[in-house]
Structures are given as structure tokens and as C-alpha cells.
Design a protein around this ligand. Structure first.
Ligand SMILES: [Zn+2]
Ligand SMILES: [Zn+2]
Length: 374
């Protein structure tokens, strides 16, 4: 072989290796800030694979979660349905096939299953189980008791699913019984593309249930949600650390919120903390001679906060409606400040936030604090 040929082959090999290394998988990062004392983990605890009525192999769920920026998922195949003619294995098989990929990628994988009964009581996911097989019983009370013996956290899935609750979600006597027995601790307020509204948010508060949202995805996540503009529904977990133990502790402690579309439903203190941590003041709030203050607020979260004035102040005028757009700086003018402000160091801007909803069903009343520089 002559020198020129060798050179050409070497150049081609170099180009080939470049092409191979130039393609890099990139993960989206979801920007919802940590809250005081806790990390905010983005989790989806409800999805299916070919081991029940889903259409993907279990480790694909890990790839999807990694690409979308999730911290943790649970694969929750139905106990009551397995396409036995096409796939072998028991009810732990989907977890077993995904767990090594989860470890490689850093996505935390919770072992789970879906207990699938007609309404009442409907469907429940048991999370943090040790063995799914003994839960496969006709009697849901027995299944849930075994889940509890395994130390599982149990959530009531899609309480207002149109197929099972055509008019609206109903809290049946059976739910009262299961709840009193401590057999479930959480509830979806949003599933796939269904929102269950204030009635269910009220139960979350009155019954002290962890507030959750999930994709319940059966096919590919990217076929259902436009991931360039949006995201799948997810449960936010306010955890002491990024670990499975941390998630489990936070679930039982009800430190959760539901994040779907551009809305978060959660406990008031968690939502207030998310809002506070999302906003940075780009400039000092100086009281000008013309009795105005100009604020520049940078929202570094993924959420467009939509604010509506709750009550007018006697001491200043502020806009009636503001949108603090995600990853942008908004300019807010406070005008007509009264002389009383001369002796005050901070004021609160009383806005309700359309897309932050507290557990009972009301919009969150945000108190945006402004420190005045005189
Ligand atoms: Zn279900
Ligand atoms: Zn499901």
C-alpha cells in the first residue's frame, strides 16, 4: 500500500471516530428550585411496560427519565394483566430488567406495582415493595395489607378517571375504611392528561394525603408530551437528600407536590418556598425622589408565575396582573408611594398566583417581600 492510500485511510478513520464521538446524549434539566432545608426531586411513580399493558421494554423507561431530567421513577405494571404468551417472568421482572440501567444512569428506581380493581376502590400503586408477587390477590384489602407489611407507601391512582368515575371522583366508604386502616397515604390529583380539580385537592388536605401527579404512560413519553415545550406530569419530592431512602421518608412525611402543565399543587409552605427560591432581585429597590420603586425580578425557574393583585394598598400602586416569565427578568413599577413608606424598611406585594394551588383548592396568596433602600 502506498503512502497516499495509508494517509487517506488514516484520515477516514479519524473522521469516522469524530462522527462517533460527536453525538452526545444530552439531558434536559428541570428548573424547580430546592426549598428551605430540602432538595426538590422530580419523580414519576406511575408507568407501564410490556410486562403489563405498556408498549416498551423496561430499561427504555430509564432512558426516557434520564433524558427528561427526572431524579426517580417507579415502574408499576398491573398485577392483574400480563401478556404471558409474549413475555415470561413474574411480577418483579420489569424492575429486575431496569435496575442496572438505573444504577448506570443515576436515575433512582423505586420498586412498585399497580393493584388494579374496579371502583370502589379503583387502582392503587404500591411503592417501595420488596416483592410484587404476593400482592397479586383478588382481595385488595389483603394485597394492601401485604404491601404495608413490606413497608410500602401506597397511592390511590386517578381517583377521577373518567372510565371509573364518569361524573366526578367519589370518596366511597371503602376509601374511608382503607384510609382509616392506614392502607394508603397518597393520591394522584393529576394523571396522564386528566386533572381532578378542587374536590380532590380538598381530600388531599382533609385526609392528609401526599399530593401526587404521574404520567401513567403506556407508550413512549415523547409521543404523548411535547418535551421541547412541556413535560410529563410529575410528583415533586422535598427530600433530605437524593436517595431512595430520602424519597420514601418524604412521601410518608407528605412533603410532596404535583407538577403538571404550568401548575403546581401542594402545601402552602412548600409553594411559598418554591416561589421565593425562584425569584432573584436583579436591582435594589431604591425609593426614588418621584416616590416610585422600580423592581427587576429574575425568575430562574421553569414556571411562568401568573400573579393577580389580591388587594389594593393604601400606600402604593402596583400592576393588577403580572406574569413573571420563566428564565426572564420582569420589571415592576411601584408608584404613588405614600409618606408612610419613608419610615418602612419592607413592604409585601399581595398577589395570588394562578398556577400555584394550595391543597384545599385555593390559589396561593404570595407575599412578595420588597426591602426598600431609602
Ligand atoms: Zn390505573
Ligand atoms: Zn397505570
Amino acid at each position: 500500500m502506498n503512502k497516499n492510500k495509508l494517509k487517506t485511510i488514516a484520515a477516514l478513520l479519524l473522521l469516522f471516530s469524530f462522527v462517533l464521538t460527536a453525538f452526545t446524549q444530552s439531558r434536559k434539566e428541570i428548573s424547580i428550585p430546592d426549598i428551605k432545608g430540602f432538595k426538590t426531586l422530580k419523580c414519576d411513580f406511575h408507568m407501564h411496560t410490556v410486562f403489563s399493558d405498556g408498549a416498551v421494554w423496561p430499561d427504555i423507561r430509564i432512558d426516557e427519565a434520564w433524558l427528561e431530567g427526572l431524579d426517580a421513577i417507579a415502574i408499576t405494571d398491573h398485577l392483574e394483566y400480563q401478556p404471558k404468551d409474549d413475555v415470561k417472568g413474574d411480577h418483579n421482572r420489569s424492575y429486575d430488567l431496569a435496575v442496572s440501567k438505573a444504577k448506570q444512569s443515576g436515575v433512582l428506581l423505586v420498586k412498585g406495582t399497580e393493584i388494579t380493581k374496579s371502583m370502589p376502590p379503583g387502582h392503587f400503586n404500591a411503592l417501595f415493595i420488596t416483592d410484587a408477587n404476593p400482592l397479586n390477590l383478588a382481595d385488595h384489602r389483603k394485597s394492601l395489607r401485604i404491601a404495608r407489611e413490606q413497608g410500602a407507601f401506597v397511592m390511590w391512582n386517578h381517583p377521577g378517571w373518567k372510565s371509573q368515575a364518569p361524573d366526578s371522583a367519589i370518596w366511597y366508604d371503602e376509601h374511608e375504611y382503607l384510609h382509616n386502616e392506614g392502607l394508603f397515604q397518597g393520591m394522584e390529583v393529576y394523571n396522564y392528561d386528566e386533572s381532578y380539580g378542587p374536590k380532590v385537592y380538598g381530600w388531599a388536605k382533609d385526609k392528609n394525603l401526599a399530593i401526587m401527579a404521574s404520567s401513567d404512560i403506556h407508550r413512549l413519553v415523547s409521543h404523548k408530551y411535547d418535551l421541547n415545550k412541556s413535560h410529563r406530569p410529575m410528583t415533586l419530592i422535598f427530600s433530605k437528600d437524593r436517595s431512595l431512602e430520602g424519597i420514601k421518608e418524604a412521601l410518608f412525611a407528605r412533603r410532596t407536590a404535583a407538577y403538571f402543565n404550568d401548575t403546581i399543587v401542594g402545601q402552602k409552605n412548600h409553594l411559598q418556598s418554591i416561589l421565593n427560591q425562584s425569584l432573584r432581585y436583579k436591582a435594589k429597590a431604591e425609593l426614588r425622589k418621584d416616590k416610585t420603586i422600580v423592581l427587576q425580578i429574575f425568575n430562574h425557574s421553569d414556571i411562568d408565575y401568573e400573579l393577580t393583585l389580591e388587594e389594593k394598598s393604601k400606600d402604593f400602586n402596583i400592576p393588577h396582573h403580572i406574569i413573571l416569565y420563566a428564565h426572564k427578568t420582569s420589571l415592576i413599577q411601584i408608584t404613588g408611594l405614600s409618606d408612610r413608606i419613608n419610615n418602612i424598611e419592607k413592604i409585601y406585594l399581595p398577589y395570588t398566583v394562578r398556577n400555584l394551588i394550595v391543597a384545599g383548592g385555593d390559589n396561593m396568596l404570595a407575599k412578595i417581600e420588597v426591602l426598600i433602600i431609602h
